[in-house]
Every structure is written in structure tokens, then in C-alpha cells.
Design a protein around this ligand. Structure first.
Ligand SMILES: Nc1ncnc2c1ncn2[C@@H]1O[C@H](COP(=O)(O)OP(=O)(O)O)[C@@H](O)[C@H]1O
Ligand code: SF4
Ligand SMILES: [Mg+2]
Length: 374
């Protein structure tokens, strides 16, 4: 079992090539909302993903992070073509798959796999583990040398499960083991890209690291590229060479791991980082300020004008309401570190003397002594 693997404090470069495997441009998904009686018509749309640009290199692991509801799963489902995009372009290995039909998509489908958040609902309880892992091979007509059963046993071993458990049912496994089954199923077709949608969020903290380790092993040893979705910056830090931060359907900051974690330029990234206790590393300022991210993410049905983060941003000014900040490389940012903000953080984020409260309304309340600090 690979259970005794430990998380390295920081993963070194895995030598992932810079060749682009996945390229997403202007990716947009608006879910229509229908209303009216007796004739239903479109009355609005949930702007779940809006104009997202993203790349994943061959063998590279990219993290996609943001609060619940910001459009991470929708992005993952668009990329794996489980959802049809409203706009934009998805290119996989140089091929435009944005609106590819079933037949055109078939060879690509096997190369792009998804691991889901919930290891309970994503496995059919009435099928044996062998059947679950074997079925993608059957659907795609793949006959590995030595037969499918042999391949399944190899995969079980690879993910740290006992190959003898081939005929067991999902309920006979723990949550972490079920997620390993999900990983084995995703590996059955030798994918080149795995979209892992919060693969450890539903697991006990004590076993999250084991599953992250397994995925890291898969990425490094099999050279599989990952889009690793998480709401927690701590999880992706160990796993991703590059990280993109999403807010309300938009990518607000993207950069290589060290640059993003040590020199966040977007106030939202800064706030997310300050909320994560584990990120205090030797190589970063120990006196990072604490920012408390109050309030809810606004509704994606009518997102704020200009910068979507402005209703929670303590730095917001008039310009933020009228002009959407473009995602660009700022002066003093490292190559490839892009930020969408009119008034970004300094490249060396220093300590503030007091905590910054990110919700202006709560800030006012705190001043009046109406909300206890803590
Ligand atoms: N099928 C759907 N129909 C309508 N709205 C949806 C659908 N799927 C997701 N949404 C909405 O899109 C937004 C983004 O959702 P999601 O991508 O699941 O976010 P995340 O994974 O970051 O939590 C949310 O407001 C969610 O309610
Ligand atoms: S553009 Fe304005 S509101 Fe948006 S993050 Fe930057 S300072 Fe804050
Ligand atoms: Mg999600």
C-alpha cells in the first residue's frame, strides 16, 4: 500500500514539458433561467463560467482554486465535454474539441478522464470493483495484453488496493479506498489528462494526504497531466506546478506555484492565502497579515459590474465598478504570473498592523463594536 507515503513540504519541478496539451480560450458557460406562464421564456442566466483562459502542459499539474460556487466544477465539466460551452474554445492536443460531436470526440474522451468529489455516489453500488474499473475498457473496445481482468488487477495494485478484492463491492471499502477505485477507473484508458474535481474534499483529513500522494505518484510516474480542482489552496500547493484562482466565474490570478503563493498580487488570492494556516513556509514572510474573508460570493445571475470581486474587496475604488480589470502580467511579477486587478498588492506583501476585514459592511459594524473580532 502507498498509505505510508508522506506529503513532501514542497514538490520540486517534475520536469513537465512546456508543450501545451490543453488550451482553453474565452471559455464561457451561462445556464439559462426560464420563467413566465403560460409560455416559458428565458428570463436570465447563471453566468457560471465567463471568459476563462487556461492552459495545461503535457504532464503538468495545474490547480484550480476558489470558493464554492465560483465555477470550478463547471469548468471541469466543460473541459471533459460533459457540458456544452456557451462560448469560447477548447483545444486538446492541437485539436479543436469545443463542439466536437460524439464520434469525433471518442478518441479524445479516453484521453481525458475525470475523478469526482464524492467517492460514494460516483461508484455504482451494485457493480463489483472489477466491473467498475473494467467498464471504460469495454465501452471503448480496449483489450489490453493479458486481458482486461489482468489489467484491472494491475490497476488495483497501482492505486494501493489488494488485487484480490476484484470481486468486492464499493460498500466494502472505506472512503479513501473508494476514491482509489475512482483513480483506478480513471487510469483504465491510459489518459493523458485527468480533471480531478475536489478529489479529497469528501474524505477525512487524515486520509486526504494519502490520496493526494497517490495522485502525485500517478502524475509523476505516469506523466499524466492534471487539472486539480480544490477550494483549498493548501491542498493544491503540494500538487500543482501552476495554480489558477477563480472568483465568480473568472480566473482572477494565475501563476507558477512559488510566485503565486509567495507573491500574490490579487487581493482575493492574498485573502485566500491568509486564511490557510498551513501555508506558512520557510521561504515566505512569516508575518503575513491575516485577512478575514467575510460575506458571501454574490450571485452569478447578476454579478457586480467591473471587477466581480469589488463588493468584498477592501481596496475597491470607483474604477473597479466601471472597468473590468484584464488578466495581465504586472510589472514586478514573474513571467507567466497574471493578475486581474486595477490596484494590485505590492510584489512583496508586507505585514499590516491589524487584520483587514474584507467585507465593507462588516468593517463598519466592527468599528461600531457590533461584531466581535476573533
Ligand atoms: N446545471 C446547472 N444549472 C444551473 N446552474 C448551475 C448548474 N450547474 C452549476 N450551476 C451554477 O453555476 C455556478 C457555478 O457552479 P460550480 O461550477 O458547481 O461551482 P464550484 O464547483 O466552484 O462550487 C453556481 O452558481 C451553480 O449554482
Ligand atoms: S480591481 Fe479593484 S475591486 Fe477588483 S480586486 Fe482589484 S482593487 Fe479589488
Ligand atoms: Mg464543485
Amino acid at each position: 500500500m502507498s498509505d505510508n507515503l508522506t506529503l513532501p513540504a514542497q514538490q520540486g519541478s517534475t520536469g513537465a514539458s512546456t508543450e501545451t496539451l490543453l488550451k482553453v480560450e474565452g471559455l464561457t458557460k451561462h445556464f439559462p433561467i426560464y420563467g413566465g406562464f403560460p409560455i416559458k421564456r428565458k428570463v436570465g442566466a447563471v453566468q457560471a463560467v465567463d471568459n476563462v483562459d487556461l492552459t495545461v502542459g503535457v504532464g503538468e499539474s495545474v490547480g484550480l482554486v476558489g470558493e464554492s460556487g465560483c465555477g470550478k466544477s463547471t469548468t471541469g465539466r466543460l473541459i471533459t465535454r460533459l457540458l456544452e460551452p456557451t462560448g469560447g474554445k477548447i483545444e486538446y492536443a492541437g485539436q479543436d474539441i469545443t463542439h466536437a460531436k460524439r464520434k469525433q470526440l471518442a478518441p479524445v474522451r479516453s484521453e481525458i478522464q475525470m475523478i469526482f468529489q464524492d467517492p460514494y455516489s460516483s461508484l455504482n453500488p451494485r457493480q463489483t470493483v472489477g466491473t467498475i474499473i473494467k467498464s471504460p475498457m469495454e465501452v471503448n473496445g480496449i483489450n489490453p495484453a493479458g486481458g482486461r481482468e489482468k489489467r484491472v488487477r494491475e490497476l488495483l495494485e497501482l492505486v494501493g488496493l489488494n488485487p484480490e478484492h476484484y470481486n468486492r463491492f464499493p460498500h466494502e471499502f472505506s472512503g479513501g479506498q473508494r476514491q482509489r477505485i475512482g483513480v483506478a477507473r480513471a487510469l483504465a484508458l491510459n489518459p493523458k489528462l485527468i480533471v480531478a474535481d475536489e478529489p479529497v474534499s469528501a474524505l477525512d483529513v487524515s486520509i486526504q494526504a494519502q490520496v493526494v500522494n497517490l495522485l502525485q505518484k500517478v502524475q509523476e510516474e505516469l506523466g499524466i497531466a492534471f487539472l486539480f480542482i480544490a477550494h483549498d489552496l493548501a491542498v493544491v500547493r503540494h500538487f500543482s506546478q501552476r495554480v489558477a484562482v477563480m472568483y465568480l466565474g473568472k480566473v482572477v490570478e494565475v501563476g507558477d506555484r512559488d510566485s503565486l503563493y509567495n507573491r500574490p498580487r490579487h487581493p482575493y488570492t492574498h485573502a485566500l492565502l491568509s486564511a490557510v494556516p498551513e501555508v506558512a513556509m520557510d521561504d515566505e514572510p512569516q508575518d503575513r497579515e491575516r485577512i478575514r474573508l467575510y460575506g458571501d460570493v454574490p450571485s452569478p445571475i447578476s454579478p457586480p459590474s467591473g471587477c466581480r470581486f469589488r463588493t468584498r474587496c477592501w481596496k475597491a475604488q470607483d474604477k473597479c465598478a466601471t472597468e473590468e480589470p484584464p488578466l495581465v502580467q504586472l510589472s514586478d511579477s514573474r513571467d507567466g504570473h497574471l493578475t486581474a486587478c486595477h490596484f494590485p498588492e505590492e510584489p512583496t506583501v508586507g505585514a499590516r498592523s491589524e487584520a483587514v476585514v474584507m467585507d465593507p459592511a462588516l468593517k463598519a459594524l466592527e468599528k461600531d463594536g457590533g461584531v466581535s473580532k476573533g
